[in-house]
Design a protein around this ligand. Structure first.
Ligand code: UDP
Length: 238
């Protein structure tokens, strides 16, 4: 766990967004992974995913669990940088710089609504294309993405599918910021609500999601309760 947490971006979200702006200005190719307890727990059992995390990717601290785990393991991390906020910042930057994007993932209606909202809110963004995430041949979509060379590619297929797919094609891309954004299109399209500001401020976004989607309880247990035990085990062993 130390090896992954030591790689996580440890400065402020504002400084990270400046970095993103520079990547776009210089056409720097980047693969960004948003880390939360689920990321660590999946990496524990999935060798391929672990290898991706250890490769030349940029990891940002999405979940509050990562911040707490780092504290317990005496690794310095300044604050959360959520996948959702990163996506919205990428929209702002892309609009300012007239950059292009591709959206891949979520239900057809959700991705369509997200595209419509982007067109309205960020009219200078060039939409290179989009696809829902339930299409059978996901490789075909990715091959099209590589051909179209978007400046930003957002992949909302859920962890680890989105990261494994990006990893498979990343070497073939000439440029672009590639990031797995999980359920962010669901929120941006207003299909699902993000937690109220107070929940976010109190770092209780996870609780709101659990109350809204009780079906996630097993996933929550596997990825968060077990994660706490795993963090303490790691502390003991170091
Ligand atoms: N999804 C998809 N194709 C699939 C499985 C999932 O497009 O085969 C989408 C799903 O519709 C949702 C996103 O992937 O928009 C994953 O959302 P989830 O809330 O699980 O992600 P989280 O934010 O928790 O990582």
């Amino acid at each position: 766990m130390h090896d992954i947490l030591n790689k996580v971006y440890s400065d402020s979200s504002d400084s990270y967004y400046i970095k993103l702006s520079k990547y776009l200005d210089t056409n720097t190719k980047k693969f960004i992974i948003t880390a939360n307890p689920e990321t660590i727990m999946i990496a524990k059992d999935n060798k391929e995913f672990k290898k991706v995390l250890k490769s030349d990717v940029e990891i940002i601290p999405d979940g509050i669990g990562i911040i707490y785990a780092a504290k317990i393991l005496k690794i310095k991390l300044k604050e959360r940088i959520t996948g959702y906020d990163t996506m919205v910042n990428l929209f702002k930057l892309a609009n300012q710089k007239k950059k292009s994007i591709y959206l891949f993932g979520s239900e057809e209606e959700v991705v369509q609504k997200s595209v419509d909202k982007i067109k309205k809110e960020y009219p200078k963004i060039v939409i290179k294309g989009f696809s829902n995430g339930y299409i059978k041949d996901k490789d075909k979509v990715f091959k099209e993405i590589i051909k179209k060379e978007p400046d930003i590619c957002l992949v909302a297929l859920g962890i680890p599918q989105q990261e494994l797919l990006i990893n498979k094609y990343f070497d073939k891309a000439k440029k672009g910021i590639f990031i797995g954004v999980g359920g962010s299109f669901d929120v941006y399209s207003e299909t699902k609500k993000r937690a109220p500001k107070l929940f976010i401020k109190l770092n209780l976004e996870w609780l709101y999601r659990l109350l809204k989607e009780p079906g996630r309880i097993k996933r929550f247990y596997n990825n968060n309760i077990k994660f706490i035990a795993y963090v303490f085990k790691n502390r003991k062993n170091n």
